[in-house]
Design a protein around this ligand. Structure first.
Ligand code: UD1
Ligand code: F6R
Length: 371
């Protein structure tokens, strides 16, 4: 049921404040007198000791689910102190890459039924790793065949393009990071900041959804473009990949997400006064590096669209020439949840304006290719 919305993708983008609340419901524990706050993940609590002892955590998934894991990787590394590596499920299976008994393999999948991810699960399981699932679908193959896991509880996702599952997956993996970290004195301040950030996140997502009209206007400007680049780094490398995936998948426009740190090593050659480029430059430890990326792109007359924190327009737009999208600031590791929303909205409006099928892009894409 689409309610008052025209498409499921639109409905699912706009219901993210609610889906995130459902994802967190009952899992964030407000402290009593001592103000201790913590995370309770029923599906993991008996396995935390084993996970903490593992030599490595390997995230495994495809498409948007892989991107969500990539977004959560920095906070998991920081809070667990355990090396975290990334595997695209099909590539792990193709390579038969090394997986050991001392590994914790985390399988991220909205549907819980993706064939590549299931094959990787079977492979990791045969190699003796502890297999953890993060899925939206109770009773799915991945939920059944992992040793333990967490349901993201985002509600059914009907649009083929994954939107609300992505943000709920990131939130679950941030909660998993907190759960693995446990509460030591040394990390208490950081943990409190992340937990406060989680409580506040649904409201901040509601705020960022107010960009809807602005993103529609931007989509009008980009409607006839051949290509769109998206540069991000740090916590928001994943945002660049996921924003570009949404644009190519539904709006059927070529788009590439790139690590801004790699710009000089090739992609810079593409920059001219025609190619539109989105740069994600919200406040975090990488901010000044992104400012210099913007300057270098500007020096080559790049057509820049900059996503920045509220109030930062002047700091990210040399000569006032960039198009600016200001988003609310949240704790750095949760900023990807906010930053993807304008790009989801952009992909949605581009698709509608270009006249493509929003909720079933693949069929239409196939027909287009055959013609
Ligand atoms: C569970 C109940 C929830 C109830 C809550 C009350 C289910 C599905 N969930 O939620 O309805 O409100 O207790 O305390 O009944 N699992 C996997 N692999 C996965 C995902 C999950 O093995 O990919 C396992 C978990 O380890 C756990 C079980 O499935 O044993 C349920 O997981 P989850 O729904 O996340 O647990 P709770 O949040 O505790
Ligand atoms: C993109 C999209 C796909 C899926 C991928 C994995 O919007 O939906 O990239 O993310 O096919 O699917 P799940 O998460 O169901 O394993």
């Amino acid at each position: 049921n689409k309610g008052s919305y025209e498409h499921y993708m639109q409905k699912e983008i706009h219901e993210q404040p609610e889906s995130l609340k459902t994802t967190m419901r009952g899992r964030l524990i407000r402290g009593g007198s001592c103000k201790a706050k913590s995370v309770l993940l029923g599906g993991l609590k008996d396995h935390l000791k084993t996970i903490r002892r593992s030599r490595r955590i390997v995230f495994i998934g495809c498409g948007t689910s892989y991107n969500a894991a990539l977004a959560a990787r920095p906070i998991l590394e920081e809070l667990s102190g355990i090396p975290v590596t990334m595997e695209i499920a099909s590539d792990l299976v193709d390579r038969q890459g090394p997986i050991y008994r001392e590994d914790t393999a985390v399988f991220v999948s909205q549907s819980g039924e993706t064939a590549d991810t299931l094959q990787a699960l079977q492979y990791a399981s045969e190699n003796g790793a502890l297999c953890v699932g993060i899925t939206n679908t109770v009773g799915s193959a991945i939920a059944r065949n992992t040793h333990c896991g967490v349901h993201i509880n985002a509600g059914a996702e009907i649009g083929v393009a994954s939107t609300k599952a992505y943000t709920s997956q990131i939130v679950v993996m941030a909660m998993v990071s907190l759960a693995i970290a446990g509460d030591t004195i040394s990390n208490q301040e950081r943990r409190d900041a992340v937990i406060d950030g989680l409580y506040d996140l649904p409201n901040k997502v509601r705020d960022v959804l107010e960009l809807d009209q602005e993103m529609k206007e931007l989509a009008k400007l980009l409607i006839a473009e051949q290509s769109l680049l998206v540069f991000g780094r740090g916590y928001n490398y994943a945002t660049a990949l996921e924003g570009a995936l949404k644009v190519k998948e539904v709006a059927l426009m070529h788009s590439e997400g790139m690590l801004a740190g790699e710009m000089k090593h090739g992609p810079l050659a593409l920059v001219d006064e025609n190619l539109p480029i989105v740069v994600i430059a919200t406040r975090d430890a990488c901010f000044s590096k992104q400012q210099s990326v913007i300057q270098q792109l500007h020096a080559r007359k790049g057509r820049l669209i900059v996503i920045c924190s509220k109030g930062d327009a002047a700091s990210v737009s040399p000569g006032g020439l960039c198009r600016i999208i200001e988003v609310p600031q949240v704790v750095d590791c949760l900023q990807p949840v906010i930053n993807i929303v304008p790009l989801q909205l952009l992909a949605y409006h581009l698709t509608v304006l270009r006249g493509y099928n929003v909720d079933q892009p693949r069929n239409l894409a196939k027909r287009e290719l055959l013609n």
